[in-house]
Design a protein around this ligand. Sequence first.
Ligand code: PLP
Length: 313
Amino acid sequence: MLNLLQQVKAPLQQLNAPLFDQKIVNVFIKREDLIHPNISGNKWRKLKYNLIEAKSKGYKTLLSFGGAYSNHIHALAHAGNLLGFKTIGCIRGEENKPLNPTLSSAIDCNMELHYIDRVNYREKTSERMIKELHQLFGDFYLVPEGGTNEFAIKGCKEIIDDFDFIPDYTFTGVGTGGTMSGLISGLNDRGQIIGVSSLKGGAFLKDDIKNLTGNQYNNWDILTNYHFGGYAKTKPELFEFIKTFYKQHHILLDPVYSSKMVFAFYELLTQNYFKPSSSIVLVHTGGLQGWKGMIEQNRIPHDFRDEVLSKYF
Ligand SMILES: *Cc1c(COP(=O)(O)O)cnc(C)c1O
């Protein structure tokens, strides 16, 4: 199993563009999206030490929580299947048939789905709920929603191991803040880390990240104004941006996290936020399976589908 978990190829690639020359900055993208087609990016990093822990403690079953389009649930189903765990996905809300692409892919990996209504879902970490789940499913290793815990942070710290220099700025998308906390810990006071929240009202994330990093670093900040209307919301402007970036760099960003993060980076660049000769790493955290749900929901402009997504989906 360790072998499987160690096969990581997520190169750091330099991006070239006239704008970067004009602003005299060196921009790189960390291709966590290339780690695995289904266990993508930061979800793989976050699961790695959880899976090792579960295996070493003799657990046969993994259980976790997420929304119906969750990258985390998708990754857990695939990783569990590959490594011989039974998996249970506790999904927020009611069952909808036919299943969306995320959940049907999970089912194909033999994940068992268990739906929890929105009111009870809020109580998912309560003792009562965990007890109920144990009554239903017996023994299991619990991975928190979004996968964030100390093992996840340990895994995300390893993203830094692939850097062959320490950038002045490291950018990442933020959901729970686990990935960003790993980057902050791994960089250990070197450079600035800028997180871009995909959630509306993401100010609470600052406290979460302080807690997750042991409240010992100040070289980071979270931008909360680039959510484009809220979690998993998009705007025509965001599609335009993803398309332009794709045409320039031939790299597809995901619609929920990386696109908003890279958009924020461009806006700061335009505002001359970075000192000349700064080096900047954008961490592409993966999440490309999220496009399938958006296609299924007809949320994608036709020209964008043809010009950008047709090669992938
Ligand atoms: C889950 C996810 C994130 C957010 O990660 P957190 O550790 O929860 O902040 C960022 N990018 C992608 C592609 C994700 O799937």
